[in-house]
Design a protein around this ligand. Structure first.
Ligand code: ADP
Ligand code: MG
Length: 262
């Protein structure tokens, strides 16, 4: 069995005093691609934020272990250094710094923490060329200030390139709720597919069932009202696409209750 990379046990979380996650369980092993999907307000963003350590989102019970460590006790930088990549974490615009400069700084800071030599300009550009080719992305935006005026598609390309550069052990890609067009979905899917590997795990948190037409996850989980109520293979995403979420109920509710014979 491949190593467990992420293990979430009975995770509860709240924001502004509101209980949102109500006992999430999820185990992800090296090499696996998991998708968590769910309707609006089911807690998808909250799950992503808790894993990212975003302020205002508090884990109130349960555990999250990442590569054997207590993830919830790690500062965000330590999470990144330990190979956790969170795609939605960098929506910031940094005027005066091009995307390329940002990528170089991010990569070299990570290499430094891993005890590797920093890449010089020439080696860095060679790596850029290689990754851009691997991902087959249009890289014009690399010379523009980070995120400034980026289209949705460019933001996604940028995220996927960052992921390719930082070579994470676990990549968490959470969709923002703002509209992603089909091209942006394809960019994300193409990146995920290109970067799939035996040593890497990926977690897609999405309300776009369509994303799963382009990425074939190994496991699909449905989050409903703060709990994973159903897990399955890729066919689960297809069923949800066809039937919506209405047929799924929380454990303890009627469809899971034992049949009472009169
Ligand atoms: N910061 C917050 N303060 C109060 N309520 C919040 C906050 N963030 C999320 N919620 C509430 O928690 C529920 C789940 O939200 P969210 O995690 O964004 O779900 P999803 O991403 O699945 O749409 C929603 O009812 C939402 O209004
Ligand atoms: Mg959300």
């Amino acid at each position: 069995m491949p190593d467990v990379i992420l293990e979430i046990r009975e995770l509860q979380a709240s924001a502004a005093g509101k209980e949102i996650l109500r006992g999430v369980n999820l185990t992800i092993r090296a090499g696996e691609v998991h998708a968590v999907m769910g309707p609006n307000a089911s807690g998808k963003s909250t799950l992503a934020y808790v894993l990212a350590g975003r302020e205002g989102y508090e884990a109130t019970a349960g555990t999250v272990r990442y590569a054997g460590n207590d993830l919830l006790a790690m500062p965000s930088e330590a999470r990144a250094r330990a190979g956790l990549f969170l795609a939605f974490q960098y929506p910031v615009e940094i005027p005066g710094m091009t995307t390329l400069q940002f990528l170089k700084a991010a990569l070299n800071s990570l290499r430094k923490h891993r005890g590797l030599e920093e890449l010089d300009a020439i080696d860095f550009l060679a790596l850029v060329r290689e990754r851009v080719q691997l991902l087959d992305v249009d890289a014009d935006f690399l010379n523009r200030p980070l995120n400034a005026g980026f289209s949705g598609g460019e933001k996604k390309r940028n995220e996927i390139l960052q992921m390719a550069f930082l070579d994470p052990k676990l990549a968490i890609l959470a969709e923002t709720d703002s509209g992603l067009d089909i091209d942006a979905l394809k960019i994300v899917a193409g990146g995920v597919n290109a970067l799939r590997s035996q040593d890497r795990a990926m977690l897609l948190i999405t309300h776009y069932q369509r994303l799963l037409n382009f990425v074939v996850p190994d496991y699909v989980h449905v989050l409903l009202n703060g709990r994973i109520v159903k897990s399955g293979g890729k066919e689960l995403a297809v069923r949800v696409e066809e039937r919506g979420y209405g047929w799924l109920e929380e454990p303890g509710d009627r469809i899971f209750a034992p049949k009472v014979t009169p």
